[in-house]
Ligand binder design. Structure first.
Ligand code: 5AD
Ligand code: SF4
Length: 436
């Protein structure tokens, strides 16, 4: 591809931060005068915003690249310009550029340079940028102008924790917090553009801080004052950064939703140590006790890994008993996947695939049971629901409860309305309601 692309399509995989980055890349291209294509197969420029956290990420990128090119050939179109962005680009950029001969490779800390890279690729056929300047990109991105009722806002990036299984410290770099004023400005623009709920994002969002020691709770207090903003959420948090101020905010700030995603990964202390989690089973449970004391109705969420190298059946059962002790509202659980370059990838004691499958199944059965119980307990209650989109049936709308449960109901309320809803039925993954 040598001509300058006029239309773009961004396809994001993985976490919410990638969704946010994808939106910002789209805004950047729009600010260059490019227009959004109807779909990937009609775009002149396709950005694959990739995830490297688990399993076969790289193979997926290659097969996506292959499919995009094949569809262009079948439709008799010129091959589109392909940009590989995100964490796979950061981790394996050189390799991808060589093997798949993509036009652009751009890392998660360099995507503000995308317009230059597009120009460079148009002129020279190839461009790569995987530099990691600390948080330079945000200052170089256009202001937010478009959003639905719920918006993401990245406040912190990177990770210094170095859990032994995780690639994030290598792909996203060191923990860096964006400046307070820039975040408050972006939140105001999002609210002006129609956001009623903002989710603050960071790989260790509760480690967010500034020189004044404001802390995430101070930032939340500032957002609480923005008129028109109704709800504040934050994700993902690390147990070690769960400070008293933030726990108190759950008792004191009405706009802060009663939901906490606090990954624990495993329930056994030997495994937690081998994972370099720097918290124990007990210290984690004690944090949850304090959070629950501050906000008794809080919905708790977490991440789990089964089959970490050397994990025995007895150690896995400690994870099951931790789940029983907590009573989570919803969780994510994964089979351990060795990530190239991480310490755990070099550890002995690989757990056989079928053992991991069995453990994952048992863990998910326990988590599903608790999620169903949490949802069942909502039946008969009335709660505010933020309407996010239309449902499949005529007159049906979908929204979220304060506890992040999906709620569907028939109503003439519009997208962005916050209405009181009585919950009448609990299904495994959603609640049915009627406008109260
Ligand atoms: N294997 C399996 N799961 C992983 N996660 C992170 N790295 C790995 C890995 N190598 C999970 C953790 C983390 C979530 C985002 O992904 O549970 O909290
Ligand atoms: Fe990865 Fe651990 Fe950092 Fe989370 S805290 S991003 S799991 S290294």
């Amino acid at each position: 591809m040598t001509s300058t692309p006029k239309t773009y399509h961004v396809k994001s995989f993985g976490c919410q931060m990638n969704v946010y980055d994808g939106e910002r890349m789209a805004e950047l291209m729009a600010a260059q005068g490019m227009t959004a294509a109807a779909d990937a197969d009609s775009a002149d420029l396709i950005v694959l915003n990739t995830c490297h956290i688990r399993e076969k990420a790289t193979e997926k990128v290659y097969s996506d690249i292959g499919r995009v090119r094949k569809n262009a050939r079948l439709a008799d179109r010129a091959a589109p310009m392909i940009a590989v962005a995100g964490c796979v680009a950061q981790a394996e950029g050189e390799e991808i550029a060589h093997r798949a001969k993509v036009d652009i490779v751009v890392g998660p800390q360099a995507y503000h340079n995308l317009p230059d890279l597009v120009a460079q690729a148009s002129a020279q056929g190839r461009a790569t940028d995987t530099d990691m300047p600390a948080i330079a990109k945000f200052g170089a991105l256009p202001a937010r102008r478009k959003t639905g009722p719920t918006a993401f806002l990245t406040v912190q990036e990177g990770c210094d924790k170095f859990c032994t299984y995780c690639v994030v410290p290598y792909t996203r770099g060191a923990e860096v917090s964006r400046p307070f004023a820039a975040i408050v400005d972006e939140a105001k623009s999002l609210v002006d553009a129609g956001a009623r709920e903002i989710t603050l994002l960071g790989q260790n969002v509760n480690a967010w801080d500034d020189d004044a020691g404001t802390g995430l709770h101070g930032l939340i207090a500032a957002l609480d004052k923005i008129p028109g903003l109704a709800r504040i959420r934050y994700t993902t948090s690390h147990p070690n950064d769960m400070k008293e101020g933030l726990i108190r905010a759950h008792a004191e700030v009405e706009k802060l939703m009663p939901f906490l995603h606090l990954p624990v990964q495993a329930g056994n202390d030997r495994i937690l140590k081998a994972m370099n989690r720097s918290h124990s089973r007990d210290s984690y449970l004690r944090i949850l006790d304090r959070v629950r004391a501050a906000r008794p109705d809080i919905a708790l969420s977490g991440d789990f890994i089964v089959g970490f190298p050397g994990e025995t059946e007895a150690e896995f059962r400690d994870t099951l008993s931790l789940v029983d002790a907590v009573g989570y509202a919803q969780c994510f659980s994964f089979k351990y996947s060795p990530r190239p370059g991480t310490p755990a990838a070099e550890m002995d004691g690989a757990v056989p695939e079928e053992v991991m499958d069995d453990r994952l199944q048992r863990l998910q059965a326990a988590l599903n049971r608790d999620q169903a119980a949490f949802n069942a307990a909502s039946v008969g209650k009335t709660c505010p629901v933020l309407i996010e989109r239309k449902g499949k049936l005529p007159g049906q709308m979908l929204g979220k409860s304060p506890w992040l449960q999906s709620v569907h109901l028939t109503t003439d309320a519009a997208i962005g309305d916050l209405i009181d809803v009585e919950i009448v039925r609990a299904d495994p993954n959603s609640l049915a309601g009627v406008a109260a």
